[in-house]
Design a protein around this ligand. Structure first.
Ligand code: HEM
Ligand SMILES: Nc1nc2c(c(=O)[nH]1)N[C@H]1C(S)=C(S)[C@@H](COP(=O)(O)O)O[C@H]1N2
Ligand SMILES: [Mo]
Length: 335
C-alpha cells in the first residue's frame, strides 16, 4: 500500500486511540472528588490537544478522499462534528470564555457530544476495519507519536499559563475543573440533577425516613444539629461550599457488621457507600442555617464530603445496611 495511505491509516488510528484515552480519563476524573481527578484531567487535556494537532493531517486525508467514495458519508460528518463540538466546549469550559450555553453548561455539552459520538466511533472503526501492521510500530512512527504527545503536553501547559496571564475566568477553577457558585449563600447555589430526575414536592408531615425497620419523622430529624462545612462539586462544572446541618449516618445506623450503607431517594435514585464512611456522611436538613428547599433536596439530602455531586442523594426516603460490597453498583447513576 502506498506510504501516503498508510500515513492516513495511522493518523486515523492515532485519533481513535486519543479519543478513547480522552473518554476514559474524563470518566476517571468524574469518579474522584480528590487528587486523582487532577492527574486524570492533565492526561485528558493532553489527549484532547493531541487530537487538535493531528487535525490538519486528518483534513488532508479526508479531502483527498482516499479510495472510492464511501457510503454513509454523512455519518462520518456527524461524527466529526460531534468531536469538534466536544473539543470546542471543552476549551470553552476550561478557559472560562463560555461556561454556560443557555440551559446547559459547556461541560454538559462537552460530555453529551462525546457520549453521542461513541456509537459513531464504534461504527467508524467497524465499517472501515483499520488494521494495525508491523510497520505502524516502526521506530519512525513511534517517534512521530512521541512528538505529537510531547507537543500536545507542551501546548496544554502553555495554554494553562496563557489562561492565568490573560486573567481569563478559567484560572479560578478548582482541580476538578469546576467553577465556584453560590458558596455560603444557599439562595444562589445552583440546582442540578444527574440526568432525568425532576424536583418532587415532598410533604414533610407525611414523609417518613426509613432506617432499616425504624421510621423517623421530620420533626425527630430536625432535633439533630451535626454540622459539616464542605463542597458539593457537580460534574456539570460548578462547585459550592456550604455549612450543612443534620444527622451523621453512623448515629442512625449504629454499628453493623455488614459492609455497605445504601441511601435511597423518593425518585428511586440511590447510591451505596462503604459502611466505614458512615461517620463522615451527613443526612442534612439545613444549609447555611436555613431549611433545605425542594430543589436542593427537601426534606433531607445526603452530604458526602470529598465525593462528586452525584453521590449527594436528594429527597432521601430510606437508609439501609446491606451485604453486597458498595462497589456492586453502576459506577455512575443510571437515572
Ligand atoms: C472524545 C472525547 C473527549 C475529548 C476529545 C475531550 C477533550 C477535552 C479538551 C480538549 C478539554 C480542554 C482541556 C484543557 O485545556 O483544559 C477537555 C476538558 C474537560 N473534559 Fe473532556 N474530552 C472528551 C470527553 C470527555 C468526557 C467523556 C468527560 C467526562 C466524563 C470529559 C471531562 C472533561 C472535564 C471535566 C474537563 C475540564 C478540565 C478542566 O477544566 O481542567 N471529557 N476535554
Ligand atoms: N435523587 C437525586 N439526587 C441527586 C441527583 C439526582 O438526579 N437525583 N443529582 C445529583 C447530582 S449530579 C448533583 S451535582 C447534586 C446537585 O445538588 P444541588 O441541586 O443541591 O446543587 O445532587 C445529586 N443528588
Ligand atoms: Mo452533578
Amino acid at each position: 500500500m502506498a506510504p501516503a495511505i498508510r500515513l492516513g491509516a495511522r493518523t486515523n488510528l492515532a485519533l481513535l486511540g486519543l479519543m478513547a484515552i480522552a473518554f476514559v480519563t474524563g470518566w476517571v476524573a468524574f469518579a474522584f472528588g480528590s487528587g486523582p481527578s487532577r492527574w486524570s484531567l492533565m492526561l485528558h487535556a493532553t489527549g484532547g490537544v493531541a487530537i487538535i494537532l493531528l487535525l490538519p493531517w486528518k483534513s488532508m486525508i479526508a479531502r483527498r478522499g482516499v479510495g472510492r467514495p464511501r457510503p454513509r458519508r454523512w455519518l462520518s460528518m456527524v461524527f466529526s462534528a460531534l468531536v469538534l463540538v466536544s473539543l470546542a466546549a471543552g476549551f470553552a469550559h476550561s478557559t472560562g470564555i463560555f461556561v454556560y450555553a443557555g440551559p446547559l453548561s459547556a461541560m454538559e455539552v462537552h460530555v453529551g457530544a462525546a457520549l453521542v459520538a461513541v456509537p459513531l466511533a464504534i461504527w467508524h472503526v467497524v465499517a472501515r476495519r483499520i488494521r494495525l501492521r508491523p510497520t505502524d510500530l516502526s521506530r519512525r512512527a513511534i517517534l512521530r507519536g512521541v512528538l505529537v504527545v510531547g507537543g500536545a503536553a507542551a501546548a496544554y501547559g502553555s495554554s494553562e499559563l496563557v489562561v492565568r496571564a490573560a486573567g481569563l475566568p478559567g484560572r479560578e477553577r478548582r482541580f476538578t475543573g469546576s467553577y465556584e457558585a453560590g458558596s455560603f449563600d444557599p439562595a444562589s447555589m445552583p440546582v442540578s440533577s444527574w440526568m432525568f430526575d425532576a424536583i418532587p414536592e415532598v410533604d414533610a408531615n407525611a414523609w417518613k425516613l426509613h432506617v432499616g425497620e425504624r421510621e423517623i419523622s421530620y420533626d425527630e430529624l430536625l432535633a439533630f444539629d451535626d454540622r459539616v462545612t464542605c463542597t458539593l462539586d457537580c460534574t456539570g462544572g460548578f462547585y459550592s461550599t456550604q455549612e450543612w446541618s443534620g444527622v451523621r449516618l453512623d448515629r442512625m445506623i449504629g454499628t453493623s457488621s455488614r459492609p455497605t450503607v445504601r441511601v435511597i431517594s423518593h425518585t428511586g435514585y440511590d447510591r451505596r457507600f462503604p459502611i466505614g464512611e458512615a461517620g463522615k456522611l451527613l443526612l442534612a436538613t439545613r444549609f447555611g442555617g436555613q431549611t433545605l428547599d425542594a430543589g436542593h433536596g427537601f426534606p433531607a439530602r445526603l452530604v458526602a464530603p470529598d465525593r462528586r455531586g452525584f453521590w449527594w442523594v436528594k429527597w432521601v426516603v430510606a437508609i439501609q445496611v446491606e451485604d453486597f460490597p458498595y462497589w456492586w453498583q453502576s459506577p455512575y447513576p443510571l437515572q
